[in-house]
Design a protein around this ligand. Structure first.
Ligand code: DX5
Ligand code: ZN
Length: 225
């Protein structure tokens, strides 16, 4: 049974002065998950927002909060992100020496457990934690900024991740440079969750977002079928 296709707009590309409205807008426009990009200016060369902003957004929607932590170390902050209302917490395998401990901590906090890999990190770091995770996120750009170009070599990594997952109920997410032009190849390679920032928050308001999300979903569904 294939896992459902989900479109996860990244609010990194939203209007930060109106974040509550923007989150309600993308959910009304058909987003499945809300992707939250947390950056620390240390693990990645940019700073975005932290748990207090997520906590402030939580009352605006019941949609699933998919939190992508681009921070190192991550462990001291996992509880704060869980308490802020994240549904899943994804850590970078490169963010510290004790990935398994981070995954165990997220599990113990009652949240879905995700792990992500920078483009240069081999999939093999996941071989021994497969039974501890709910989601693998393949980065298809170097993390830190929205609006970058999809790295085509990541399609092989998505295919290999899909094979590694086998029939485990693990979501395979892809993040970076996802547009109606690139999403089909990622879906055909086996991804089922698609993060998109600039391709969703293009144009102004809910109707534009609805058309953008629909175009992404349609391209993913026809390629995955
Ligand atoms: C990159 C972030 C992405 C980013 C995607 O560091 O993890 O989620 O916001 O933005 P686009 O879709 O514009 O590449
Ligand atoms: Zn992200």
């Amino acid at each position: 049974m294939p896992l459902p296709i989900r479109i996860a707009p990244s609010i990194l590309a939203a209007d930060f002065s109106r974040l509550g409205d923007e989150v309600r807008g993308i959910v009304e426009a058909g987003a499945d998950w809300v992707h939250l990009d947390v950056m620390d200016g240390h693990f990645v060369p940019n700073i975005s927002f932290g748990p207090d902003i997520i906590k402030a957004l939580r009352p605006h929607t019941e949609a699933y909060f998919d939190c992508h932590l681009m921070i190192a170390p991550a462990d001291p902050y996992l509880e704060a992100f869980a308490k802020a209302g994240c549904d899943s917490i994804t850590v970078h395998a490169e963010a510290g020496p004790h990935l398994h401990r981070s995954l165990q901590t997220i599990r113990s906090l009652g949240k879905k457990v995700g792990v992500t890999l920078n483009p240069a990190t081999p999939l093999s770091v996941l071989e021994n934690v497969l039974d501890d995770i709910d989601l693998i996120l393949v980065m298809s750009v170097n993390p830190g900024f929205g609006g970058q170009k999809f790295i085509p070599a990541m399609l092989d990594k998505i295919r290999a991740a899909k094979a590694l997952i086998g029939d485990r109920p693990i979501d395979l997410e892809v993040d970076g440079g996802i547009t109606p032009e690139t999403i089909g190849a990622a879906a055909a390679a086996g991804a089922n969750v698609f993060v998109a920032g600039s391709a969703v928050f293009k144009g102004d308001g809910v109707e534009a977002y609805r058309a953008n999300i629909a175009a992404l979903r349609q391209a993913a569904e026809s390629a995955a079928a």
